[in-house]
Ligand binder design. Structure first.
Ligand SMILES: CC(C)(COP(=O)(O)OP(=O)(O)OC[C@H]1O[C@@H](n2cnc3c(N)ncnc32)[C@H](O)[C@@H]1OP(=O)(O)O)[C@@H](O)C(=O)NCCC(=O)NCCS
Length: 149
């Protein structure tokens, strides 16, 4: 099996959208089309802090990570937030999820980012994978939706 992790390109849109659909279904979410469109456009824009990395396995796009870079008050170089991670169910258990996280660690080292972090549901079985990188800390999340004015 040959696996490559690389940036998303315009011609990958249909394949990424199929994975994105699987991911949002996994989270029982219905992301409006304009949001998906905007997300994809930002991922292709080198000036945007949002990026998508694709796992290409035997020439098939089988997984993705979506990350956002941001400033941090405790550091001098960008912080990387891994917002979304998904592997096609047919391609799971072959190391692609781990490869996608390793890839971001490698990018962080190359680009002098100071930190990589992510959230997940407390009961997500993916924590078996995550726990092999680092133990979860004891922070909890407060998330306030802002009503449209
Ligand atoms: C989480 C996810 C990306 C892992 O992808 P994957 O390609 O199957 O992961 P890997 O093959 O690299 O797994 C590496 C190790 O972690 C374990 N692991 C990975 N995901 C697991 C899961 N959901 N449950 C239990 N163990 C898991 C694997 O068994 C493997 O263990 P091993 O090295 O001892 O064999 C994939 O299961 C997925 O897309 N899940 C649905 C979406 C999701 O939960 N995304 C994360 C949201 S925060």
């Amino acid at each position: 099996m040959t696996t490559t992790i690389r940036d998303a390109r315009p011609e990958d849109e249909a394949a990424w959208r199929a994975l994105w659909q699987g991911y949002t279904t996994f989270y029982a979410s219905d992301i409006p089309e304009p949001v998906t469109h905007h997300t994809w456009q930002r991922a292709l824009n080198p000036d945007s802090p949002l990026g998508i990395r694709l796992a290409v396995c035997n020439e098939q796009i089988a997984g993705f990570s979506l990350y956002v870079l941001h400033e941090g008050s405790w550091v001098t170089t960008p912080v990387c937030y891994l917002e979304d991670l998904f592997v096609d169910p047919a391609a799971r258990g072959q190391g692609l999820g781990r490869a996608l996280i390793d890839d971001l660690i490698h990018l962080a080292e190359q680009n002098n980012w100071s930190q990589l972090y992510w959230h997940t549901r407390e009961g997500n079985s993916a924590r078996a994978l995550y726990d092999t990188f680092i133990q979860a800390d004891d922070y909890v999340r407060y998330r306030l939706a802002i009503p449209r004015g």
